[in-house]
Design a protein around this ligand. Sequence first.
Ligand SMILES: [Zn+2]
Length: 199
Amino acid sequence: MGENKLTGTEQIGVLQSLSQQAAAWLLNLNGRSLRDRPDIPRNINGEYDARRLLEWAAGRLPEPNLTDADQERLLTIGEHYTGECSFACKAIADFGKDLEAKYGDAGLAVLARALLDACREAVALDPAYYQEPTAAELRREAEELVDQRRMDQARQRLDVSVVCETCRRLRRGPKWVKADPPAGFVVIKGVCPSCEARE
Ligand SMILES: [Zn+2]
């Protein structure tokens, strides 16, 4: 063995105390990615132990190179989901942290698979419930919202007329008269006393 060669024991010593540069090289990460991952095991003095790095890497899955469109869909799903069910989010976040600490990426993959299975099962049980609304349904909903808003505003201004749905008479104080509602007034259906008596 030449004098500039390390002994096996010395090589192990080097592998137990790698610099950030060497650790990043071993994991095929850049230095910045390495620093951004607090879960990458580090010695107390800030150096890296190659054996612990390999154990960490064994729990990682290779990250797919997602298209921009797929990344956008992931973002949208995340935003929608967190808005819909905050309680479930907390439980999933806590469990995800636990699984990642115990099993690394493989643990997260198990969680993702379980959530996906649950979603698929729910959709399969009641496909109609999970059907996206048609354009016509969305338009009708929007119109109802506008109508409701118009009605609320009209009520506040008292620009509301009650019309008997049977005889079409307009309520004017104590009387029900044959007249058109004032222009711009919102019509509410009612039943006049004489039509009510006839029912
Ligand atoms: Zn009437």
